[in-house]
Write a protein that binds this ligand. Structure first.
Ligand code: NAP
Ligand code: ZN
Ligand code: ZN
Length: 347
């Protein structure tokens, strides 16, 4: 018998989210049913809900930063047990056979990983995310949340945390490296904390100095305003890596100019318009332009364990479901400090 979950549902790009109910399949042999406790509001939820990106199949239940407790398991589940603290991120399945899946990079599955929402699951039904009270997911795509991280602070790690951890870790950022983070929102503030814990020297490039005090508290050595032209003239050629987490258009050439020889600008922010840059900005100092998307299951678990070991979690403002639309507006205005998390008891 499928179970019923209470949810908040996006029905069109122009209307407010609506309370309602959805069906969840009964756990199959390898499935875990999770009682959701908290779901983070990622800017990708807003891009999707507001039609910034193409191909949204409304109605859709958003949410891919999920933390909760296992409440039922299928007969063959071995990785998780009832009562465990667990999380689900941006994808809930993949082909498990392609070269990327086999190397633990399921987010780059060549057959297309199954997104937690706005995708079609193996059961042939649309996937529905975490803006609801429960979710059923194959055990291989469910993460363990270590005891040390409160569930509300853990939820945003499942997308924001791993999306910044992955490029920092894959590139070996650490002691002796100069890292800059553009945009201190959900992803950006975790980028500051994680890069600092990895041992790098971290600088925040924010629109203004309003978040400077927090940036320094999270471990940054400096915060510069990108609205001040002196930021760009003073720090030419300085950084080894710059992670761009901005959800809107940026002047790519301006940021490339801040990179040292062989430095890399990693794009993780996903505005709807194409990015442009001059060839000379790259060729002139042998610079690189790169991108990165979330992280695989193995690396996501590594990130959660790393955060627990370093006492890291997201800075959250817990809200009831009735405030989601208001929260969306505040995120778009860069006025969130630093992640809204929905209390699932209020759906
Ligand atoms: P967020 O909380 O809204 O943070 C974005 C930050 O960018 C803001 O806090 C702000 O920081 C800065 N910003 C916003 N508008 C700006 C503008 N017009 N000009 C300059 N700076 C601006 O969003 P998020 O949840 O961290 O997500 C950020 C982006 O990453 C989104 O596009 C999202 O879809 C994408 N994303 C990508 C992946 C991936 O796998 N690649 C995963 C998750 C999210 P300041 O106030 O400090 O300037
Ligand atoms: Zn996300
Ligand atoms: Zn695959």
């Amino acid at each position: 018998m499928p179970s019923i979950a209470k949810a908040y549902i996006a029905t069109s790009a122009t209307s407010a989210l609506q309370p309602g109910v959805i069906e969840r399949r009964d756990p199959e042999e390898f499935d875990v049913r999770i009682a959701i406790k908290f779901t983070g509001i990622c800017h990708s939820d807003i891009h999707t809900a507001r039609g910034d990106w193409a191909s949204v199949n409304f109605p859709v239940v958003l949410g891919h930063e999920i933390s909760g407790i296992v409440e039922a398991v299928g007969a063959k589940v071995t990785r998780h047990a009832v009562g465990d603290r667990v999380g689900v991120g941006c994808f809930v399945d993949s082909c498990r056979e392609c070269v990327n899946c086999l190397s633990g990079e399921e987010q780059y599955c060549l057959a297309g990983s199954v997104s937690t929402y706005n995708s079609v699951g193996r059961d042939g039904r649309p996937t529905a995310g975490g803006y609801c009270t429960s979710i059923v997911v194959d055990e291989n795509y469910v993460l363990r949340i270590p005891e040390g991280i409160p569930l509300e602070a853990a939820a945003p790690l499942l997308c924001a945390g791993i999306t910044v951890y992955s490029p920092l870790r894959n590139r070996g950022e650490g002691p002796g490296k100069r890292v800059a983070i553009i945009g201190m929102g959900g992803l950006g503030h975790m980028g500051v904390k994680i890069a600092t814990a990895l041992g790098a020297e971290v600088t925040v490039l924010s629109q203004s100095l309003r978040k400077q005090e927090d940036a320094l508290r999270f471990g940054a050595v400096a915060c510069h305003a990108t609205s001040d032209p002196a930021t760009f003239s003073r720090h030419q050629g300085y950084f080894d890596v710059i992670i761009n987490t901005v959800s809107a258009d940026i002047d790519v050439d301006q940021y490339l100019s801040l990179l040292a020889l062989d430095g890399t600008l990693v794009i993780v922010g996903l505005p709807s318009k194409p990015l442009t840059q001059r060839a000379w900005s790259l060729a002139g100092f042998r610079r690189n332009l790169a991108g990165s998307k979330m992280g695989g299951i193995r690396q996501t678990q590594e990130m959660l364990d790393f955060c627990a070991a370093h006492g890291l979690g997201a800075e959250v403002e817990v809200i009831p479901a009735s405030k989601i639309d208001e929260a969306f507006d505040r995120v778009v205005d860069s006025a969130v400090r630093y992640r809204f998390v929905i209390d699932a008891a209020t759906f």
